[in-house]
Design a protein around this ligand. Structure first.
Ligand code: BMA
Length: 382
């Protein structure tokens, strides 16, 4: 009898202590959730899933994923490109109000949200893609040189963009305003109780390529770090409890760890290591590169206690009906990835699952596998 009451009191004390522990922030909850989920399988994610598909756009309550496999993706991806200008629609014509509403809906149904950002060029006003700007600049430079104005011309080199928005740069103030607009949108993402919705944010992605103005050849490692830190410190100052940070270089295939680490923002600044990996070239190259990268990233994730995901992927317009299960699946299944996220399906270009894609049967068969997770498989995991 006495023993039982001692036990009861002990148990009560333990319960009270647990109840007293500081509640987890939405960000901590999401990280914990991802860690639990990855033990049971890998999630399907899809960019812009509720807005349009291969043969439709802007309908409500539609999803190429749901129409093929009977369930929503577990993870939905959205892009803020354009928000920095105060635009009403993003670079792919998605109205930000609709984006806001779909993010809230997906969160309420138990799904996970990830946000990317393809901002315009803050120095010269063009897009996130810089290659054409450099070509134009090289052409203009010929004229500047002819006129003996080379040093003046150099001031508009698009490869100075990152430098121009860092502290002391000409476009610093403008870029602070851009960050403010990103933060304002994120702050508007709240649940019915007014709590912030946790979001996996993936800025400055594919930085080992040079196609974006923040890419490998377009800024130094130091500038990249400064850009990351400035962005993160600003966003965290506005949204201290809800952002999970994803650092996502592109498929490379021949990384040495030391090389990869050069732009790694640091253990205290990254929660999830991602990789963007499309098959653009041959199947053999893709398989070899993906396998090599995932092997290295797995080691890095283990060493640094980080989550791993394929934050963008796919094979444009599904030219190969068996690609998912024959090419992609055997490689990703060798590693512990939390999710993979094919890019958007729209009329001209598609990457994700759809009943209208050549890969429909193959993907549907795969989707029945127990460890391949869609919304219903993860919505109750807290
Ligand atoms: C690219 C393409 C573009 C799109 C951009 C941002 O990979 O899909 O059409 O504008 O992503 O979503």
């Amino acid at each position: 009898m006495r023993l039982r009451s001692v036990l009861t009191i002990t148990l009560l004390t333990v319960c009270m202590c647990v109840a007293d522990a500081a509640p987890k922030t939405p960000r901590e909850q999401l990280i914990g959730r991802l860690k639990k989920i990855v033990k049971t399988g890998y999630m399907y994610g899809h960019q812009d899933d509720p807005f349009y598909g291969i043969s439709w756009d802007w309908d409500m309550d539609r999803s190429d994923t749901k129409e093929l496999v009977g369930d929503y993706p577990a993870v939905m991806g959205f892009d803020l490109g354009g928000i920095e200008m105060g635009d009403a629609k993003n670079l792919d014509s998605v109205p930000f109000q609709r984006m806001h509403d779909e993010i809230v809906r997906h969160h309420e149904r138990g799904g996970i949200i990830t946000i990317s950002w393809h901002p315009r060029n803050p120095m010269i006003g063009t897009t996130a893609w810089i290659e054409k700007d450099i070509e134009e600049y090289e052409k203009a430079m010929v004229k500047f040189k002819e006129a003996g104005l080379e040093s003046l011309g150099k001031q508009i080199d698009p490869r100075l963009t990152v430098r121009s928005i860092l502290k002391g740069g000409r476009k610093y103030d403008r870029f602070q305003q851009w960050l403010g607009r990103v933060a304002d949108f994120m702050k508007s993402l709240t649940d019915q109780k007014g709590n912030p919705i946790p979001v996996i944010f993936r800025p400055w992605h594919e930085n080992n390529g040079s196609w974006f103005w923040w890419g490998q050849k377009n800024c130094s490692d130091e500038e990249y770090h400064e850009l990351w830190n400035m962005t993160q410190d600003y966003i965290n100052s506005q949204l201290p409890t809800s952002i999970v940070w994803s650092f996502s270089p592109n498929l490379q295939g021949n990384w040495a760890e030391e090389e990869w680490m050069k732009r790694y923002p640091g253990d205290d600044r990254v929660d999830l290591i991602g990789e963007d990996a499309y098959q653009w070239g041959t199947e053999a190259d893709f398989k070899r590169q993906l396998d090599a990268d995932l092997q290295l990233l797995t080691q890095i994730c283990e060493k640094h206690d980080k989550l791993l995901a394929m934050t963008e992927c796919g094979y444009q317009n599904s030219p190969d009906a068996t690609w998912w299960q024959r090419v992609f699946k055997p490689i990703i299944e060798k590693y512990k990835i939390a999710y993979f996220l094919p890019w958007r399906n729209y009329k001209k270009e598609h990457f994700g699952a759809s009943k209208e894609a050549n890969t429909a049967d193959d993907f549907k068969a795969w989707s029945k596998q127990k460890n391949f997770l869609f919304l219903n498989d993860i919505k109750k995991v807290k």
